[in-house]
Design a protein around this ligand. Structure first.
Ligand SMILES: [Cu+2]
Length: 184
């Protein structure tokens, strides 16, 4: 690699970072404009909590723990007690990002059968990846991926003891077709 190529490489990285930072800022703006623990029925592509690519069969779910203190802070994106349903078609690869904006540690794990279950329904389907009962420290983020192969009903739950009982869980429905969506 000659020096010019290297400089161009560095420039590209710098530009990429600026673009990323701008996107992050835009993302925050969009989230706060869209805000109130929103009644966003079928928000899908325009939702701050779910984006997807039908052609690549990928989806990204953002879970903000302790969002605006709803349900005494025991919520994801302002929702608790299964109020928000995340629907993902089987075969999609889903990236779930947990951001802890609450005042306590929290985690997010995908379980089956009942929200009270503490057994992961998919290998590695938790954030943080270890110590889910200790949870993610305040202000931290972590992500995990899952690719559900079959339709079914699952739950996204906080495994910090007591939190699920206080309502810190959402529903995750794996559908046999369609596109990803959110409903409440
Ligand atoms: Cu929690």
């Amino acid at each position: 690699m000659d020096r010019k190529t290297r400089q161009r490489g560095r420039m590209a990285v710098a530009l990429g970072f600026v673009a990323f930072a701008a996107m992050s800022l835009a993302g925050c703006g969009a989230a706060s404009a869209a805000n109130p623990p929103a009644r966003h029925h079928q928000a899908a592509a325009s939702s701050p909590w779910l984006t997807f690519s039908a052609s690549q069969r990928t989806a990204a779910v953002t879970l903000i723990a302790g969002y605006k203190g709803a349900n005494s802070g025991f919520n994801y994106d302002g929702y608790a007690h299964g109020q928000m349903v995340v629907s993902i078609p089987a075969g999609y690869t889903v990236t779930v990002t947990l951001k802890n904006q609450g005042s306590l540690p929290h985690s997010a794990a995908v379980v089956a059968g009942s929200p009270a279950s503490t057994t992961l329904a998919f290998a590695g389907a938790s954030a943080p990846s270890q110590n889910t009962s200790t949870g993610l420290a305040i202000g931290q983020s972590a992500e995990f991926h899952l690719t559900p192969k079959h339709a079914g009903t699952f739950y996204i739950v906080c495994l910090v003891p007591g939190h699920e009982q206080l309502g810190m869980w959402l529903k995750l429905v794996v559908t046999s077709g369609g596109v990803p969506s959110l409903s409440d």
